[in-house]
Unconditional design. Structure first.
Length: 127
């Protein structure tokens, strides 16, 4: 879906110019993320048709910083949340530098549930 400039600006301001997921300022090169993925086969030179064209609509878009949108890719929100919550385990298993930094107290782990910015915003609005 091609957004008009007013639509894009309204989407950018949906959470006050912050990423819907991490809450960081969007900056100039932010993405319009499909909350429920459209999933396009774009591995070739010509992108294939979307799997879920019915999801390509304005009310299914979230303003996202590039790192969040790229990391989320086409995952469902709960799958992405679970992946991030397991990151400590992956780092412990696969990264000797991380384990060494832990031993020397150079990083501190904070294992807690992932709460996205748009969820915190909704909690504050409902309070």
């Amino acid at each position: 879906m091609k957004l008009t400039k007013p639509q894009r600006e309204a989407l950018r301001m949906k959470f006050g110019g912050l990423c819907a997921y991490c809450g960081n300022p969007l900056g100039d090169r932010w993405h319009a993320d499909h909350f429920e993925a459209v999933r396009r086969n774009d591995w070739g030179k010509v992108p294939g048709p979307p799997e879920h064209p019915e999801r390509d609509r304005l009310d299914n878009l979230m303003p996202a910083c590039a790192p969040c949108n790229i990391d989320k890719h086409s995952m469902k929100l709960e799958d992405w949340r679970g992946q991030m919550e397991r990151s400590h385990d992956v780092l412990h298993r696969d990264n000797g530098t991380y384990r060494r930094m832990l031993r020397y107290g150079l990083v501190l782990e904070a294992r807690r549930p992932i709460v996205f910015h748009f969820e915190r915003s909704a909690m504050r609005a409902g309070a």
